[in-house]
Design a binder for this molecule. Sequence first.
Ligand code: SF4
Length: 86
Amino acid sequence: MSPGEQHGIFIRVEVEESARGDAELARKLEEACPVDIFAAADGRVEIVDENLDECVLCELCLDAAPPGAVRVVKRYDHDAALERTA
Ligand code: SF4
């Protein structure tokens, strides 16, 4: 990947601030995402920017997180969001 290449052009992933410091959630998200968009770093949820556009919209991250903690935003589709509300 060349320097300066843009990531997250098609997809943005948002994690609630209150959930970001949840080490257990970080581990679960890292495990769940098939394209490694989440990393557990020092017990925090980190987003791996360079993998964002690999998202396959599988919703496994939503299933692994409490309702509302994670949103997958389709930037290419007027910011339509995948999220779990219950
Ligand atoms: S929807 Fe699937 S591919 Fe996209 S971030 Fe969530 S787990 Fe990863």
